[in-house]
Design a protein. Structure first.
Length: 209
């Protein structure tokens, strides 16, 4: 943290300019692809760092990174890169919350965000991570931090995360080069339908019990 503060103090103008450049580069799929591709052979590493960065701090749209990876590296390699780096980012969120505790996470996110995560876990229990990953309108970063504040075991969290993010990762990678407004809407609807189906199944199971 001390090293980070020193670097921030010395290079704050350059860091701010870079963040502005990064935000501008991720305004659409083509600019995101061009930005990642500009790093040449280091493009996969840069893409992975950006995916992890957005997971922990969330200033960038993850789906644009996934689209760009599909365009640059093909469906399967792009999906593997997006899936693997997103898993690392989710794990970091989990362990940050587990290590630093609720007061720090409340400051990092907000009281309202953490309370929403608490309610989500109270309602869906161990299935909360899987459901959250399937629903595009839910901030999965918040759920990853929230999972770290619960008694959930890491491997249960990791398995649910891996399964939950796989369908969207494959779809975004495959459709990256055809990204239009209608396709994005279709993917959101797909995610919502999948999540609603899971919720209905859980409710039916509880009703039978």
């Amino acid at each position: 943290m001390l090293v980070g503060l020193i670097v921030l103090g010395v290079y704050h103008k350059q860091i701010w300019e870079y963040l502005l450049e990064l935000t501008a580069a991720f305004r659409d799929i083509e600019t995101a692809r061009a930005y990642i591709a500009s790093y040449g052979v280091l493009a996969p590493i840069v893409s992975a760092i950006l995916m992890i960065f957005q997971s922990v701090i969330a200033p960038l749209p993850a789906f644009l990174i996934t689209f760009a990876n599909g365009l640059l590296f093909g469906v399967w390699w792009g999906a593997a890169l997006s899936w693997g780096s997103a898993m690392i980012g989710a794990a970091l969120c989990f362990f940050i919350a587990r290590g630093l505790g609720r007061p720090v996470i409340v400051k990092l996110l907000s009281e309202a965000a953490v309370n929403t995560s608490d309610q989500f876990f109270q309602r869906y229990g161990k299935h909360a991570v899987l459901i959250a990953r399937l629903v595009p309108i839910i901030s999965f970063d918040v759920i990853s931090y929230g999972a770290g504040l619960t008694s959930m075991q890491f491997w249960g969290f990791a398995i649910a995360t891996g399964i939950g993010q796989l369908p969207a990762t494959l779809l975004y990678s495959y459709l990256g080069d055809r990204a239009t407004g209608s396709i994005k809407i279709l993917l959101w609807v797909f995610g919502i339908v999948m999540a609603v189906s899971i919720v209905i199944g859980l409710v039916k199971r509880r009703a039978k019990q």
